[in-house]
Write a protein that binds this ligand. Sequence first.
Ligand code: CP
Ligand code: NVA
Length: 309
Amino acid sequence: MQALLGRDLLAIGQLNPSELELIIQTALSFKRDGTPALLDGKTIAMLFEKPSLRTRVSFEVGMKQLGGSAIYLSQSEVGLGQREPVEDVARVLSRYVSAIVARTYAQQALVDLAEAADIPVVNALSDDEHPCQALADLLTIREKKGGLKGVRVAFVGDGNNVSASLAVAAGLAGASFSIASPSGYSLPEAIVRDARNWATRTGGSIETYSAPEEAVRDADVVYTDVWTSMGQESTRRQRLEAFTGYQVDLGLMALARPDAIFMHDLPAHRGEETVDSVIDGPQSVVFDQAENRLHAQKALLALIMGEGS
Ligand code: CP
Ligand code: NVA
């Protein structure tokens, strides 16, 4: 467990392939054999600037199952960077708890928290990345497809926090990742570069397209996320227009392999990025995927906070 002890997880690219594999293996073992009370008596603080269902509940339940506890703190209580400086919040929480799990708008707020804290900081979603989601996504693909190397993962939609973390995670795991996004909504170049750098070392690949049909052809996994993320509501109208033609419907699913699975991090905006017949259909694994947030995060917490931290 030493490899990750005391570490932050602000972006998925902070892990190397063997660390990622260790988290997935630990999650599989907790899921199969039960969860040891590795965090007996430890507490995490959960600082959330944005709403959450899965992330909040899975971290809180996960800490409880590991023998510890979690304290949820909303932005209206803490006023991160408003009521007091981010760095002071980090220094104070370091005196009370063993890790900070934070959902912020700015990635920089996480970096500032991590620099000032004496304890691990975990990104629970920022505007740039959603690394805990990517851990659960890979765990789900591993379970459903029996492995990760060479698995063809197609993402249709926004080059956002979820697809950014998934692209880099796929590169780390040696998967073949393709993404189709409309002009102006593609993945940041730095993410494509990082993902490709890992892919060249792991035997994976990263391809970017504009046509959804090209990304999805013969895919093992078809993944989508909302077109309007939290904090982008004022641009919803433009986004609805830009993403016309990017909906994952049964016609698009038919271009993937017949045994392809459909994934979505949730919450879904049904009728926009996908439709009931897909998300509620036989290929959908979205609720197994949501459950895996719990298993993947318990593994992460045990590895970064276990043994004397
Ligand atoms: N997928 C996910 O992070 O969901 P919440 O926003 O509900 O936590
Ligand atoms: N891209 C979405 C993910 C929600 C879990 C958002 O940031 O709102």
